[in-house]
Design a protein around this ligand. Structure first.
Ligand code: SF4
Length: 222
């Protein structure tokens, strides 16, 4: 995956920690609608949506879950049909074989270990089959108790351009961000970067002249 670390060449004055706070404030004013783009009505739907969102767009996931969630309402429902049927039902999200396997494994564990509920504890989430750190982070943040900071492709790129990190590996980037970003902002921080990344700080051609944080950005081209 392309790295954006080298783009951060300009010197910007002030402490990094102060810069982060100012950037969060400015982006929050700029993107007041920055929330999760997945549609869900319960912790179970949230978990399934996030699991399906790997390697595809949120719009695509929402299209699939609109009908999926009418058919599969409880963890048992995912196990009551042949795996091929579940694969067909989630086919449009891509990697459907692996995703169906993870979903069924997760549902099995929810039933056996958690009375059919999505657990609150971060470690319990991480023990669900096919649930990696990013998924557990999204679920915890949306339930109001973020345990870390979600690092997706946008968060990675913007954190590198804004010089919040010089790392390429998502786990190391997250570690850097957790040191820098105030804990009360852990949940909204990725949303702000994701929306800014989609609308302004585009991967190929960032729109620096329209960017609300260009004065604070070491990668600004203006
Ligand atoms: S769009 Fe903004 S955040 Fe992205 S590189 Fe340009 S100035 Fe920096």
């Amino acid at each position: 995956m392309r790295s954006f670390v080298a783009e951060a060449r300009r010197r910007v004055p002030g402490r990094k920690r102060d810069r982060v706070r100012e950037i969060v404030d400015r982006l929050a004013r700029e993107h007041q609608d920055a929330t999760i783009a997945l549609t869900f009505r319960s912790p179970l739907e949230l978990l399934v949506s996030v699991m399906l969102s790997a390697q595809t767009t949120d719009v695509n996931v929402n299209r699939v879950t609109q009908t999926l969630f009418e058919k599969y309402r409880r963890p048992e429902d995912y196990l009551a049909v042949p795996v091929e049927e579940l694969e067909r039902d989630i086919f449009a999200t891509g990697f459907y074989r692996q995703k169906a396997k993870s979903l069924r494994g997760t549902m099995q564990r929810l039933i056996e270990q958690h009375d059919g509920e999505v657990p609150e504890a971060f470690d319990d989430l991480l023990r669900l089959p096919g649930v990696a750190r990013k998924t557990a982070n999204v679920v915890s943040a949306e339930r109001g108790s973020p345990q870390g900071i979600v690092v997706d492709t946008h968060v990675r790129r913007l954190s590198q351009r804004l010089a919040f990190t010089r790392q390429d590996d998502p786990v190391k980037i997250e570690r850097d961000l957790m040191r820098l970003v105030p804990r009360e902002d852990w949940a909204r921080f990725p949303h702000l970067l994701i929306w800014h990344g989609r609308r302004v700080c585009i991967a190929r051609v960032p729109r620096c002249e329209q960017c609300a944080v260009n004065a604070l950005c070491p990668s600004s081209r203006v």
